[in-house]
Ligand binder design. Structure first.
Ligand SMILES: Nc1nc2c(c(=O)[nH]1)N[C@H]1C(S)=C(S)[C@@H](COP(=O)(O)OP(=O)(O)OC[C@H]3O[C@@H](n4cnc5c(N)ncnc54)[C@H](O)[C@@H]3O)O[C@H]1N2
Ligand code: MOO
Length: 422
């Protein structure tokens, strides 16, 4: 063979540069599409209130009773018929008996009398105002105190918190511990809620071995699976571990079949781009339900989205940093929506940057970051395989698509991991 040897192409100094002529989907557009197209997929069931924390309501929860059900005292003290003006004093005889929480006074308090009353106790007939016991001089038979005390002072009105029949929380609400208190206070004992979302996780790649196994040359420990399974748990969904699958289409297809049968959603990692060994995207493409999203994002450009046996599949990139970022930014709000919730924007706070960075405009970047002294510092390397950086970070800095140069002190958006539920 003769002829000149092939000339290697020149090295690109930025391998993440946006190739000309390729249609990159901006992050907001990609999120908008997910938001518009996804809807809840989980079944509705009746759920006892005690079991309902973290569940999504499928129908509004309605108050069965007012809270408080009766006017009651906000303090320990003495009830009387108010008001008492500023500068006035009162000396009132005490009626026999008292009103305590759960043990109301049965009779009527006569005009010009006072009654011992405790916090939470129903306000007896004949009184409407309570004076704090610390503000009273008391003998066995009388109390003396001074104004001002407006009518109704130190009392809580019937229904001031909740009116019977009111809609307390709407469909799509994910019940918090405080919500359980709110619903319980209004006599709600069970709710119409969605079954928890089950999310299958599959790692793909011939190179992967399980932590604890012997790793031969060229093999690495599967880091994505333990991360993704625990993220799902922290998001409040139910993970289903479908293990590691080699780069073998039949094996991956069998795992996807099981995921579709046993879960509502499948997360895979690895094989998402279009290389020779990128079997997840190839399989999804074969089934005709594949969308290859080239998102104007760093890290996490290749995201293979598809439907397998009816179950949505998020084919996450294999690089652990990209897998985590894609899960937080795309999969999490999608899961929330599939589980029965409303679309969820990540919690972000504006803080000054403690770093300098130059960037290509036209793509969103997420940097591994943490707050120190009120400023966002970022991990010194942006390598997508730097798993240590994920552990180092306490959140992400989101750099908007159009930005070119961030200088120390510039305002940047910090998304704490805790805001994602991690
Ligand atoms: N020619 C190109 N090559 C690559 C491009 C590109 O645009 N052109 N994009 C790069 C980017 S960015 C990413 S991200 C990856 C995504 O590729 P895949 O989703 O197909 O992932 P793999 O190739 O299977 O793996 C990438 C990387 O991650 C490691 N990996 C995979 N799974 C795990 C796991 N469970 N635990 C730990 N590490 C894992 C894997 O060994 C690879 O090193 O493609 C780039 N290439
Ligand atoms: O952007 Mo890849 O998605 O860096 O790791």
């Amino acid at each position: 063979m003769s002829g000149a040897p092939p000339v290697p192409p020149p090295l690109r100094n930025d391998c993440f540069a946006l190739p000309p002529g390729v249609d990159w989907t901006p992050v907001d557009e990609a999120l908008g599409m997910l938001r518009a197209r996804l809807h809840p997929v989980t079944a509705v069931e009746t759920c006892a209130l005690a079991e309902a924390a973290g569940r999504f309501l499928a129908a509004p929860a309605v108050a069965r009773r007012a809270n408080p059900p009766d006017a009651n005292s906000a303090v320990d003290g003495y009830g009387f018929a108010g008001p008492l003006e500023d500068g006035e004093t009162a000396t009132l005889p005490l009626v026999e008996g008292r009103s305590a929480a759960g043990v109301p006074f049965a009779g009527r308090v006569p005009d010009g009398h006072a009654i011992r009353i405790l916090t939470g106790a129903a306000i007896p007939d004949g009184v409407d105002t309570v004076v704090l016991e610390e503000d009273v001089a008391a003998s066995a038979s009388h109390i003396a105190f001074r104004g001002p005390l407006r009518r109704g002072a130190n009392t809580r009105k019937a229904g001031e918190d909740v009116i019977s029949g009111a809609e307390l929380l709407g469909a799509g609400r994910r019940l918090t511990p405080a919500d359980l208190a709110y619903l319980a206070s209004a006599g709600v004992v069970e709710v119409q809620a969605r079954r928890p979302l089950r999310v299958a996780v599959i790692s793909t790649g011939d190179e992967l071995v399980e932590a604890g196994e012997t790793a031969e040359r060229g093999q690495i420990f599967d880091a994505n699976r333990p991360m993704l399974l625990s993220m799902i748990r922290r998001f409040g969904f139910v993970p289903l571990d479908l293990g590691r699958q080699p780069d073998d289409r039949a094996r991956i297809a069998a795992a996807l079949d099981r995921g579709a049968a046993e879960a509502d959603l499948i997360l895979t990692s690895g094989g998402a781009s279009a290389g020779d060994e990128d079997h997840v995207s190839a399989l999804l493409r074969e089934r005709g339900a594949m969308q290859s999203w080239r998102i104007a994002l760093k890290p996490g450009r290749p995201l293979a989205l598809g439907v397998w046996g009816g179950a949505p599949v998020f084919g996450l990139p294999g690089n652990p940093v990209a897998a985590m970022v894609c899960t937080l930014i795309f999969a999490r709000p999608a899961m929330e929506r599939l589980a029965g919730g409303d679309w969820m924007e990540p919690l972000g706070v504006e803080v000054p940057a403690a770093f300098e960075k130059r960037k290509k405009p036209g793509r969103r970047e997420f940097l591994r970051a943490r707050l120190r002294g009120g400023r966002a510092e970022v991990f010194p390397s942006e390598g997508s395989g730097r798993i240590s950086s994920l552990s180092w970070a306490e959140g992400l800095v989101e750099i908007e698509d159009g930005a070119r140069h961030i200088r120390p002190g510039d305002a940047v958006r910090f998304l704490p991991f805790s805001g994602f539920g991690l």
